[in-house]
Design a protein around this ligand. Structure first.
Ligand code: HEC
Ligand code: HEC
Ligand code: HEC
Ligand code: HEC
Ligand code: HEC
Length: 216
């Protein structure tokens, strides 16, 4: 019988097998990197809003408390969004002819709420609750970043499952004194390991990692 495959065929087969495995590895790595990259998670990019509202100006420079607008952040799952009346407390007087505020004045007259674009949005199958975090010493900036430095609101963290579970496994690394929850510049001190462990006891923080905590 004549030789169907040349001797080189073996080498070619082996070569293409290695090539294929390499291709899969590269593809897998690229996917792994991609699903963690800002391109996929949306971290740092600000969606356009109907009114160019600036947290840097209002929460930073003017120092308005988060709770003035997000009134239910300490008491319910939902942080709360300001109604137009809240804006008009000031903007009937301040900048009351600014074209940037035309949609606000229109909303005030018609009673139709301003449709803000969501920045942070978990899938429906995930349960989240602001009040328990805020009342147990987890600060806004741990999940939203330094919003008082942002002219336009951007997503501060991936909000992927790993992000949540990391902290749920080691809350002592991120818990802060209750009077620091609204401090956007808080950083863990050098002795966070000790302070954190103490606060975990003091606030009766449990490590909640069972699936039903977030998927109910
Ligand atoms: C004067 C009112 C006002 C104050 C004060 C204020 N916010 Fe807001 N906040 C808004 C408005 C309006 C939006 C929607 C527009 C936007 O996303 O920029 C918003 C959006 C947000 C969002 C994004 C919501 C989403 O869609 O996911 C976060 C997070 C947030 N604010 C956090 C804070 C924090 C933290 C503070 C305090 C440091 C604060 N805000 C102070 C009015 C306010
Ligand atoms: C406590 C008072 C206060 C509240 C409440 C408030 N603002 Fe302002 N806002 C100001 C001040 C002060 C300025 C800056 C005026 C200046 O630049 O001199 C301003 C500026 C602005 C500007 C820029 C206007 C321009 O022409 O430069 C926009 C847009 C704006 N605010 C939107 C809002 C919206 C939307 C809300 C409600 C979610 C809101 N503000 C609530 C005080 C307030
Ligand atoms: C442990 C993480 C975490 C902390 C701490 C946190 N947030 Fe949030 N925030 C989220 C998540 C997640 C969402 C999106 C919720 C959703 O899609 O159901 C959100 C959404 C919001 C919204 C949009 C309205 C809503 O409730 O969906 C506002 C406003 C907001 N956060 C403000 C704040 C403020 C102010 C603080 C501090 C007092 C704070 N957040 C602390 C994770 C956090
Ligand atoms: C920086 C730390 C931190 C991050 C990030 C964080 N959590 Fe938590 N979470 C806590 C702490 C602390 C508690 C309180 C645990 C306890 O009951 O003692 C908690 C409690 C909860 C609870 C329990 C509420 C209840 O009623 O028992 C839910 C649900 C939850 N977190 C969901 C989430 C989700 C979803 C995310 C991600 C989007 C998230 N958390 C991110 C620290 C964090
Ligand atoms: C602390 C909160 C938290 C806990 C605990 C948790 N999850 Fe999740 N899970 C999330 C969040 C947030 C997402 C949404 C991720 C996204 O938007 O990409 C998610 C997404 C998922 C998804 C969709 C696929 C994916 O990865 O995006 C599955 C499946 C899932 N979780 C299973 C589980 C199982 C099984 C457990 C228990 C071992 C668990 N989760 C525990 C927060 C949690």
């Amino acid at each position: 019988m004549s030789q169907v495959f040349s001797r080189r065929a073996n080498a070619i087969a082996r070569g293409s097998l290695i090539g294929f495995i390499l291709f899969i590895v590269v593809l897998g790595t690229a996917y792994w990197v991609y699903i963690r990259s800002p391109l996929f998670t949306g971290v740092g990019s600000a969606p356009p809003q109907p009114v160019p509202f600036s947290h840097q100006l209002h929460a930073g420079d003017l120092g308005i408390d988060c709770r003035y607008c997000h009134t239910t952040v300490q008491t319910s799952a939902f942080a709360g969004m300001p109604d137009t009346k809240t804006c008009m407390n000031c903007h009937t007087i301040v900048k009351n002819t600014s074209p940037l505020l035309a949609p606000v004045r229109e909303s005030f007259q018609t009673g139709k709420a301003i449709q803000w674009t969501r920045v942070n949005n978990l899938p429906d199958y995930v349960y989240f609750d602001h009040s328990i975090h805020v009342n147990k010493g987890i600060g806004c900036s741990s999940c939203h970043g330094q919003v008082d430095k942002e002219p336009f609101m951007a997503k501060g963290a991936s909000l992927q499952m790993g992000f949540c579970v990391n902290c749920h496994m080691h809350p002592e690394t991120q818990v802060r004194p209750l009077d620091q929850v609204f401090n956007m510049s808080w950083q863990p001190p050098a002795n966070q390991a000790q302070v954190g462990a103490q606060l975990v006891q003091q606030y009766h923080i449990q490590s909640k990692i069972s699936c039903s905590v977030c998927h109910r």
